[in-house]
Design a protein around this ligand. Structure first.
Ligand code: FAD
Length: 478
């Protein structure tokens, strides 16, 4: 067990506890890299995270006559898909924001597609021979400040108004304590839809399913460039692949893609995993497998890993400049990892001294309305999906349907949905996007920290936190 100082998380890096666990549990297999020279496929998918893997798998299932090659720069699942909290949730908890952005009908349509995505994930996760730690216990949101109380009331009221009162249910302090105990929880919300998964195991299981379905998977094969012509040419260090269509599923790398660059900002998120703790379940009173988060904008989230480890995450990592995938900010920011650790101490003091196994960070791609989008560009030959905004586990399943549908040119509930058809807003141009974002982030963090102690942020912090609303920008609006 690592004996780190009580208030400091282990130095974070880019490799998650989940990914190490998944690779250790896997039967030894060697990753195949692309062969030298020229090869050919009908469709090339670039990126072996959830987006690319679901898309490649669905393409082979929907159109078995197509040859599909997936190339991944590292190992499948080594990106955000193998690092996240593994908290699976759709959009019922975001109804109020979505109604404000798109109106009630579209908000309901989006939330129902999230439900369909979870149904499809369940089918995959529970198939014989798979062990991806799928646990379906719903999600809890805890209220810890006055502002969060107001947010929670708005969420419940909106669900009632839309005729779906069971999707978001108010919990009193006592009711929440029946699920999980914390001295700072004032009450909360129960969202019956939601699950937990071991994310890296899910990614590796998807890789196996792709191979079984006839997808050619080449790992340790970064795309070094591509031409959108006909045929498209996807280049890698040892050669190139000619193809009719390309799916770019490279997540944060898309922040540099000209078609979507102005609609994405690059933040980061950090997580800390404890060592096993005896009696953890009893000490927390947390017997079922719900996901848990507070209602901050820079959210603190928790989940159990098995019955004796706790993962806590903090979506409050730094903002990178433009498309610069800066590893110091995205994977090595000690302050962000420490914030995750501080959250566990504040929320669950009854745990006492905690041994910490690992901490890690990763980039998240934020869209202006915090929903992902899936678009076709490059003369109809290039498709891409991005903007998961830190909520990609369920949404990448949506991505698999949308992107495979766009490649196949079908009109269905997915390709006709707001995920593929809405006009996505743009962030201010650089340097205002990053520098403005940093000012607002620091102001909101200051306000949220003060509110947790029953105080208000300073005048400057409150002014900074109000900037997005004043400028009509939806992201960063509390
Ligand atoms: C710390 C953290 C916690 C999170 N927690 C949650 C959560 O609890 N719930 C939730 O819903 N979401 C969460 N998310 C977000 C979620 O993980 C992502 O939205 C989702 O995994 C995105 O999947 P993806 O396939 O698009 O991206 P990735 O998994 O990042 O996959 C993209 C892949 O593309 C590869 N790639 C990039 N460039 C190239 C290239 N040139 N050539 C070849 N390959 C390339 C990368 O190596 C990578 O494997 C979290 C994210 C982080 C970082």
């Amino acid at each position: 067990m690592s004996q780190v100082p009580a208030e400091q998380a282990p130095a974070p890096d880019g490799m998650s506890w989940w990914f190490q666990e998944a690779i250790a549990a896997e039967a030894p297999s060697s990753a195949t890299t692309a062969p030298a020279g020229q090869s050919r496929a009908d469709v090339v998918v670039v990126g072996g995270g959830f987006t690319g893997l679901w898309t490649a798998l669905r393409l082979r299932e929907r159109a078995p006559h197509l040859s599909v090659t997936l190339i991944e720069g590292g190992l499948c699942g080594s990106g955000a898909s193998g690092k996240n909290g593994g908290k699976v949730h759709g959009y019922w908890g975001s109804l109020a924001t979505m109604v404000a952005n798109f109106g009630p009908d579209k908000a309901l349509e989006i939330a129902r597609l999230g439900t369909k995505a979870q149904d499809m994930m369940r089918n995959f996760a529970n198939a014989p021979g798979r062990d991806v730690w799928w646990r379906e216990g719903g999600n809890l949101r805890a209220i810890t400040t006055d502002l969060q109380e107001t947010k929670a009331q708005a969420a419940v009221a909106m669900a009632k108004e839309l005729g779906v009162p069971d999707s978001v249910v108010a919990l009193s302090r006592e009711e929440l304590a029946c699920h999980v105990r914390s001295p700072v929880f004032r009450g909360g919300l129960a969202l019956p839809e939601g699950a937990n998964v071991q994310p890296a195991r899910l990614a590796r299981a998807l890789r196996s399913a792709c191979l079984d379905a006839g997808v050619v998977v080449w790992e340790n094969t970064p795309m070094t460039g591509f031409d959108e012509g006909s045929p498209c040419r996807v280049r890698h260090a040892r050669g190139e692949i000619l193809c009719d269509q390309v799916v770019l599923a490279t997540n944060i790398a898309l922040v540099g893609h000209p078609r979507v660059a102005r609609s994405l900002a690059l933040f980061s998120s950090y997580a800390v995993m404890t060592e096993p703790m005896e009696d953890m379940v009893e000490r927390l009173g947390w017997h079922a497998d719900q996901g848990l988060a507070d209602l901050r904008m820079f959210v603190h989230y928790f989940r159990k890993a098995g019955q004796d480890r706790l993962l806590m995450g903090s979506g409050s990592g730094p903002i990178a400049f433009g498309a610069q995938v800066d590893s110091r900010l995205l994977t090595h920011d000690q302050l962000a990892a420490d914030r995750a650790l501080a959250a566990i101490r504040r929320f669950f003091p009854q745990l006492g001294r905690i041994g910490l196994a690992k901490s890690w960070g990763g980039g998240i791609d934020i869209s202006p309305d915090r929903l992902p989008f899936f678009v076709t560009t490059g003369g109809g030959r290039v498709h891409l999906g991005a903007g998961y905004s830190g909520h990609g586990v369920n949404a990448t399943r949506i991505g698999g349907e949308c992107l495979s549908g766009l490649v196949l040119g079908v009109k269905d509930d997915w390709t006709q949905s707001p995920f593929c058809t809405r006009r996505v807003a743009r962030f201010p141009a650089e340097p205002f996007r990053t520098w403005g974002g940093r000012v607002v982030r620091s102001a909101i963090l200051g306000c949220e920290d003060a509110e947790e102690h029953g105080q208000r942020g300073t005048t400057l912090q409150r002014a900074g936190a109000a900037l997005p609303k004043i400028l009509g920008i939806k992201v960063g609006t509390r």
